[in-house]
Design a binder for this molecule. Sequence first.
Ligand SMILES: [Zn+2]
Length: 432
Amino acid sequence: MLIKNVSVFTGKDFIKHGYVVVRGNNFDYVGGTEPEGNYDEIIDGNGRLLMPGFINAHTHIYSAFARGMALDYFNPSSFTELLEQLWWRLDRKLSLPEIELSAYIAAVESSESGVTSLIDHHSSPAEISGSLNTIARAVNDVGLRVDTCYEVSDRDGVKAAERGISENVSFFERRNEFKGAHFGLHAGFTLSDETLKKVSEASKGRIPIHVHVAEGPEDEESSLSRYGKRVVQRFYDYELLIPGSIFAHCIHVNDNELALIKERDVYVVVNAQSNINNGVGITFWPHFTERGVKVGIGNDGFGFNIANDIRFFILTPHHEKRDPKVSSTRDLLNTFFKSNAEIASRSFGINLGFIEPEYRADFIIVDYNSPTPINSENFSDHFFYGIIDNLKVIDVYVSGKPVVKHGKNITIDKEVLYSEARKIASSLWRKI
Ligand SMILES: [Zn+2]
């Protein structure tokens, strides 16, 4: 397939008049001159912009049914109470059909927002066994890649924790380039030493973990008071800082913890909108990247349009320090475009996230008619201030196959899906 009459952002550089060739599942050529050859399909990009498919590096697919949910009481005075009064009431009631529908919704909405890979963190204490494969089947059916894991914790007892451990291990054994896996852990403050020991024994140092770290201040406080050490040190001591692990948030970590994160090649994934919404502080990530820590961007299940979180990611450090110089749109090249691509490439075992030969052909075509000159030097400004300010995703391809055409997902009937989801949501909400 040859795509012409497009401008191209490769993930690093901008090509004004570009040509992209896809052969099989991979990019075969990208450049500014038309390549020789015969093609089974020639696509006219109509002057639009082709760029890598977006990767959401931390989300909660099961949050799909929380939208509009009324609660008979909600008056949290801490982050833990917020979890108890909202998220843990929802996830305890989820059954497999609801998990499956939430995955379809998340995948459809993600695809139409330009996301081609989701890194999910799942919880459903009443339905643990088989939950991860249910999610993966649905997301893959919609045409996207998903990495998922079960968030092990002690909050529902020893048996549930053990089932969560088994679910992570068995899903990891069946991973492929469309379904990736981490070892899911909820957070330090919901994990006893006994459970961490079991996780460490089950992982045997080979399954990177995906865990919430220091999201609320109480995670560090409880770790220090109960175990006499900070959250990251505790995971480190259980040999759980496995290269490629994802630590979501890290709002309240200190420099010693950052040094361990860097030493063990762990990614910090920032979710700025969710943090602001929950009132837990913000991750001052420029301090992390200065120290060589790799930082990616997720959205914590705050809708499924990652574009909004990209904007908050850049803006929150300015607000925090009252200084517009502490982060810039160019930081997106190292974080959203690079770290997120690395996380997905390692998880799915393929090259992802750049428009380059030998990379899987996951790409999007967006409608962006720039009123000012655009080039490699200022592309990140255009991306931040223009493209994602009014994101218009026209086409989405995963592994060279179309998933979204003319702004609509073509793999599933969205009206039928939403109609079924509204029925299920009403009965789910009655149970909560
Ligand atoms: Zn989360």
